[in-house]
Design a protein around this ligand. Structure first.
Ligand SMILES: [Zn+2]
Length: 145
């Protein structure tokens, strides 16, 4: 039985997915043996399945969005930690000034709750966040060029 190319081409996706009956696939194979055009059609089908060109643009777009989102997340994270550490450092120093420190007669500084070292730690965190923020922004600018 000789089927028309049109019928074969309708069946090719099913043949490719191996969901058609044995009889159909043997008919298709028989046809493919004598019809180079349909073999080409099957090759095209394979290429379409293996390299989905339609979604290429979409994939790129998704990558851009996720890159931007990651960048935003990082920048807002560093900005947030900058703000929090600056605020915490300020609170430490202000409360230190409010509570006050005492210098003992032997010269040792008695400070409440170790506010000064904690304050300096927050200042350090603030500086690190500032540098990270700067690096992230710079990286992003290079990427978008
Ligand atoms: Zn054919």
């Amino acid at each position: 039985m000789r089927l028309s190319c049109e019928v074969i081409r309708d069946l090719l996706p099913l043949y490719y997915d191996k969901v058609c009956s044995k009889e159909s696939s043997s008919l298709i194979e028989e046809h493919l043996a004598n019809c180079p055009q349909c073999v080409d059609e099957l090759k095209k089908l394979k290429m379409d399945f293996e390299n989905p060109t339609i979604s290429d643009g979409k994939v790129k777009l998704m990558e851009n969005i996720s890159a931007k989102w990651n960048k935003d997340k990082r920048v807002s994270f560093t900005k947030g930690s900058m703000l929090i550490s600056a605020l915490a450092a300020m609170i430490c120093f202000i409360s230190y000034n409010v509570i006050g420190a005492e210098v003992l007669p032997d010269g040792t500084l008695v400070e409440p709750f170790g506010l000064i070292p904690i304050g300096y730690i927050f200042v350090l965190i603030f500086i690190i966040s500032l540098i990270c923020n700067f690096i992230f922004l710079k990286k992003y600018k290079i990427k978008t060029k």
